[in-house]
Design a binder for this molecule. Structure first.
Ligand code: SF4
Length: 323
């Protein structure tokens, strides 16, 4: 552990984001992972709402994610902690072990006006670490008790472990569970999201949650230009969402912010070298692809490979729709 990490080691002056840090080496099903257990000074973050990020309050119990998606926009948050955005992000998971107590304290009625809270906006609340620490479950228990609205975004059917709790929460307040499923192409899935459960399992989870009356849908995201955005591929995902009974299916194209872009481009050069030039043309110095013109064609897109996606159903509320 180096001294430039943005957390405070025991005995240090408390200036970092987190108090104390204990390293736990993963064993058994967690082999290969290191958990950095920290005490967070706060658990509810207030963020600026944008077109791409329509949330005001978020909770993230973990930083880093062993789902290891190559395009993960949260990777730079590890850099901020003095850790690497590549393998460190995939293998060194920061665990805010006091997340449940902090949620209870920060949502106490005298402090909190009952705003909706989004989980899964930075890293996956049901990533493998949740199987060990059960922090997301604890936070959901507190929010359910308080009838506080919330949303979850995940790629993991581990959420089904908490299905009865979520059903109870959904009876008391507005609750939405969203899954991201960018592709059903097994080859693309294995290469781009190597630590995630199969996307069909996520759609099966949608079906089961819907069966319990829990509003659930899919972010068809991210669509990777030239890799998973062919009309045939997108239509297959949309059809599967409809078959699973999803309340909504919102396509989102890949965005590549600084840091993530470099990481992604290294991967692209290894896995799809023929597409490197196309991506340089598509993204240039931008993080986002230009918005499609009303005719469905991008004005300045030299590759013009992405289809104009169609949405079979709309989210019941704004929680799941990012675009
Ligand atoms: S599941 Fe989400 S948070 Fe985890 S690596 Fe993939 S994109 Fe990032």
């Amino acid at each position: 552990m180096t001294s430039d990490l943005r957390w405070t080691l025991a005995g240090d002056k408390p200036t970092g984001l987190f108090e104390t840090c204990r390293q736990v080496v993963g064993k058994g099903r967690y082999r290969g992972l290191t958990f950095l257990e920290v005490e967070s000074k706060t658990i509810i973050n207030r963020v600026a709402k944008t077109r791409y990020f329509p949330f005001e309050y978020t909770i993230n119990c973990y930083r880093g994610c062993s789902h290891a998606c190559v395009y993960c926009f949260a990777r730079p948050s590890h850099d901020y902690l003095g850790l690497g955005i590549g393998e460190d992000f995939d293998r060194k998971i920061v665990v805010k072990v006091n997340a449940v107590e902090m949620t209870r304290a920060q949502t106490a009625p005298r402090h909190w006006a009952g705003h909706s809270i989004a989980m899964g906006t930075n890293t996956d609340p049901y990533q493998p670490a949740e199987g060990k620490y059960r922090l997301t479950r604890g936070v959901v228990e507190v929010l359910a008790e308080r009838a506080n609205p919330f949303s979850l975004l995940t790629k993991s059917p581990l959420v089904l472990r908490d299905r009865h709790l979520l059903a109870e929460a959904a009876r008391r307040a507005e609750v939405t569970v969203s899954f991201s499923v960018g592709t059903l192409d097994t080859d693309v899935w294995k290469r781009s999201e190597p630590g995630t459960p199969h996307p069909r399992q996520r759609l099966e989870a949608v079906r089961k949650l819907k069966g319990l009356g829990i509003p659930s849908g899919v972010l068809v995201a991210p669509l990777l230009p030239g890799i998973s955005d062919a009309p045939r591929q997108v239509a297959e995902v949309m059809r599967a969402c409809r078959d699973a009974g999803a309340d909504f299916a919102a396509p989102i194209r890949l965005h590549l912010r600084p840091g993530v872009k470099e990481h992604y481009m290294e991967w692209l050069a290894e896995e799809f070298p023929d597409l490197v030039g196309t991506y340089h043309q598509l993204y240039g110095n931008r993080s986002y692809l230009p918005r499609p013109s009303p005719s469905g064609r991008r004005k300045s897109n030299p590759a013009r490979q992405s289809p104009k996606p169609r949405t079979p159903a709309s989210p019941k509320n704004g929680q799941g729709r990012l675009l």
